[in-house]
Ligand binder design. Structure first.
Ligand code: SAM
Length: 418
């Protein structure tokens, strides 16, 4: 497939995200629709993620050069994609421009071809750098986040907001969880080195690769020796600390990253449920790859009649749905898809889930509230309200993992039941 066609596909994806679609879902659909070489697919992913990561700056730069939006939105999107390549990648400039100009012929009867050519050549004349004027007084252009998000972080994290924004713009690291049933992090580092893959140890069972690679290149991945999991996400199962013989519920399990980790840590009787049966297939694939037993069920956790046999659990992992505001470096579309009021409305949904799940925890048991958000409404405030509603609940540990160069943002509170 030519670069121009990949640019067009990325422009199409950009517009779909702008209209409210989730980037990961879109890429999954596109991948299934045609045959892609690894290189073509890598390029499409880079263009799709990159335009979202730098959408604020690109948009402001485009408006500087073309003050009025073009009548053909796909051309606007094609310009964003090509500008991303010129500003933020090592792609050959002449190829980027020529291919984008060729691709533009397929849109609006080619009538914007010379405009597109002129804008991209101007970007090259600007030294493929954002002119300073673009950043002046434009919060979205400066931080590549919606203005409301920046204001919210300033209020919620007056000391750290700047670091959080900067960390959220970094490319996400590829972190592995080494299955302790098979080997140690240190021994796996040696295996990686044999394959020429550089990595460092984050914890005794966690390894961070210097450069991202396909799972197919990871030694013994298909034998369940390692899994891809962010370092912040790995804290969930460690905090819940499953013990041999315990009966544990993973209440919002899909796609199963934490399910697998719980199973690696102890011989437990695990029930994994999720309301989304499609996503639940990934949980099955994960536990199959690890070769560890779990009961997996599609169910709405709030409807106890549908899945609960009345036997309380020693421990419940409540990795509840959230705004995912902590994982924007991995999913940069999220920052543009969310709205200011989302944290409060998702917190309401979490409240219902947590109350129902609490009723399934046995006396003396524990529940881990987990989110991949950094918004207090879903985290600290959710916990406080929960503790006020439940006199039999005591906080044992609270952990706020802010995004940095090693991890995504997560929140955990481990709650004991009297
Ligand atoms: C943050 S994700 C879970 C990630 C997962 N624990 C992991 O580590 O891979 C939240 C999940 O909650 C599920 N969910 C949302 N509402 C639910 C409900 N009422 N009952 C069960 N699952 C629900 C969603 O389908 C989604 O898969």
């Amino acid at each position: 497939m030519s670069l121009g066609n990949i640019q067009l596909q990325a422009a199409h994806i950009y517009l779909k995200v702008a209209a409210g679609s989730n980037l990961t879902d879109l890429l999954t659909q596109v991948k299934a629709q045609e045959e892609w070489t690894a290189q073509e697919w890598g390029t499409l992913q880079d263009l799709s993620y990159g335009t979202q990561r730098y959408r604020g700056s690109l948009n402001a730069y485009l408006r500087l050069r073309v003050p009025k939006p073009l009548s053909e939105p796909k051309l606007e999107a094609l310009l964003m994609v090509a500008m991303y390549q010129l500003l933020y990648t090592q792609n050959a400039q002449h190829a980027v421009v020529n291919e984008a100009v060729q691709a533009s012929q397929k849109l609006a009867d080619g009538k914007f071809k010379s405009l597109l050519n002129a804008v991209l050549r101007q970007v090259i004349r600007d030294g493929c750098k954002l002119p300073k004027i673009v950043l002046q007084d434009d919060v979205e252009a400066k931080f590549n986040f919606p203005e409301w998000w920046v204001e919210k972080l300033k209020k919620d994290y007056p000391k750290y907001w700047h670091n959080i924004l900067a960390a959220s713009q970094l490319p996400p690291p590829l972190t592995l969880r080494v299955n302790q049933r098979h080997t140690t992090g240190e021994a796996y580092l040696a295996l990686l080195a044999e394959q020429g893959l550089e990595a460092t140890l984050l914890g005794s069972q966690a390894v961070r690769l210097k450069q991202a690679t396909s799972v197919a290149n990871l030694p013994q991945f298909y034998d369940g020796v390692v899994s891809v999991q962010d370092w912040g996400a790995q804290q969930a199962a460690l905090l819940l600390d499953p013990q041999n013989g315990e009966r544990i519920l993973d209440a919002c399990a899909a796609p199963g990253g934490k399910t697998g980790h719980l199973l690696e840590l102890a011989d437990i009787d695990l029930l994994a449920i999720d309301v989304d049966s499609k996503r639940l297939r990934r949980v099955q694939e994960n536990v199959d790859r690890l070769g560890l037993p779990a009961q997996i069920k599609a169910a709405d956790a709030t409807k106890l009649d549908a899945w609960y046999d009345g036997q309380p659990f020693d421990a419940v992992l409540a990795d509840v749905p959230c705004t995912a505001s902590g994982v924007v470096k991995r999913h940069p579309d999220i920052k543009w898809l969310r709205r200011r009021q989302d944290a409060a409305s998702v917190a309401q949904q979490q409240h219902v889930l947590l109350d129902v799940l609490w009723s399934t925890v046995k006396s003396g048991g524990r529940m881990l509230l987990a989110t991949c958000s950094i918004f207090p409404e879903e985290n600290q405030q959710q916990l406080q309200a929960f503790l006020e509603r439940h006199s039999d609940a005591t906080l044992r540990t609270e952990r706020i993992c802010l995004p940095n160069d090693t991890q995504d943002g997560f929140y955990y509170s481990l709650i004991d039941k009297a």
